[in-house]
Ligand binder design. Structure first.
Ligand code: SF4
Length: 372
């Protein structure tokens, strides 16, 4: 199994069809640093699919056999693991998936669109043949790679069963994409997104507020909205920028070459981004713990007003209330803005933080590292 999957794939089985990232140069991304990219052979992947199917059958058989034995779960895992020489964590993963209906599967790693279309079709056909319960197959793809695929090739992949592609757009600004070293232009992002939609896929595009730093905060919002408007993805997902130690972006921040946007500044950036989204039917989600306002969610066009009102509710709080909410959120005390209440313990933490840091924003940069 590879290291990551989108949060929306929590109930999916993970199937690695490549290892690591073929680009691996984005300045903010620590995930595959130091790891070499490689393709897996179709035979190797097919044998993993067969193994997943066999493990699921074994768990079902043994559950029936031991149905009257108390606490039989661990006995089943141990037996399958030792009889077939399979790591217990893999048996657990299949059992969890079996329990949730074996309906969705996520193709790892970072860019499954790099696999030649005919090979990808062969892999998808094998999944459908061996695990017919699967209704949804999803994958990460890079815009650069996908923009080089023909719509016909994408349609054949869609027809073979891949339903949804997750693309890390991050920004629609050329300048910000250079800072992020994303290796793609806004026009290539638009081309890839439009081809994916034309081929009939669901598409998730990820936007990173704050990625342009203070200097390009407004441009990041406006240009990213331009790209999203041109694509009209099924989902637009917010992923707040968090510089992570040992990444080039973190180093740029240490060298003062990239100045982070404050918490409130990022909320204003998201507001401008949403304000500029027009003539789309995308669903916007903030489904990540690094987003300050997880409540900002809705479907365009009708949900736009409500999303802006939620943001305005935060912006109209007093400075002290905003800081208390930010601290509570970053400490995991509040999930939603609607959870906010004045709490003497958080007030004390605020006082303590202001003794140790010049501002709450600077304290938050440090606190946030515990979440990523
Ligand atoms: S393409 Fe994705 S996985 Fe690869 S380096 Fe960039 S952000 Fe990381």
């Amino acid at each position: 199994m590879g290291p990551i999957r989108p949060p929306s794939e929590a109930y999916s089985i993970l199937l690695r069809i490549t290892r690591n990232c073929p680009w691996n140069k984005c300045s903010f991304c620590p995930v595959y640093k130091g790891e070499k990219f490689s393709l897996r052979t179709v035979d190797e992947i097919k044998s993993d699919i067969d193994a997943i199917s066999s493990i699921a059958d074994l768990i079902t058989e043994k559950t029936e056999k031991y149905r009257n034995t108390p606490y039989h779960g661990q006995k089943i895992f141990s037996e399958i693991s030792s009889d077939y020489n399979i790591d217990q964590s893999n048996v657990h993963q299949v059992a969890f998936w079996l329990n949730s209906g074996m309906k969705s599967l996520f193709l790892q790693d970072a860019d499954s669109m790099v696999v030649k279309p005919d090979r990808l079709v062969e892999i998808l056909n094998h999944i459908k043949k061996k695990i017919p319960s699967v209704q949804r197959i999803t994958a990460y793809g890079r815009s650069k790679t996908t923009s080089n695929r023909s719509v016909e090739d994408l349609k054949s992949i869609r027809k073979a069963g891949l339903n949804r592609i997750h693309i890390g757009m991050e920004s629609g600004s050329e300048k910000v994409l250079k800072i992020l070293n994303k290796g793609v232009t806004p026009e290539e992002q638009i081309s890839a997104g439009q081809k994916i939609r034309e081929a009939g896929f669901e598409l998730s595009e990820y936007f990173m507020p704050g990625s342009g730093g203070k200097e390009f905060s407004e441009e990041n919002a406006v240009e990213s909205a331009r790209v999203i408007n041109a694509i009209n993805p099924t989902f637009t997902r917010i992923r707040t920028t968090t510089p992570i130690p040992n990444t080039p972006l973190f180093q740029m921040m240490q060298d003062k070459k990239w100045i982070p946007v404050s918490e409130e500044g990022r909320v204003r950036e998201i507001r401008l981004f949403i304000e500029k989204l027009e003539n789309i039917t995308s669903v916007l989600t903030s489904d990540h713990m690094m987003n300050l306002l997880e409540d900002v969610e809705g479907e365009f066009p009708d949900g736009k007003k409500n999303m802006l009102e939620t943001i305005d509710a935060f912006l109209s709080m007093s400075e002290m209330e905003k800081e208390l909410f930010i601290i509570g959120r970053r400490l995991g005390r509040f999930r939603y803005l609607s959870d906010f209440r004045v709490d003497p313990e958080i007030e004390k933490i605020r006082t303590d933080l202001l003794e140790r840091f010049p501002s709450i924003d600077e304290a938050v940069v440090v606190l946030s590292r515990n979440f990523v």
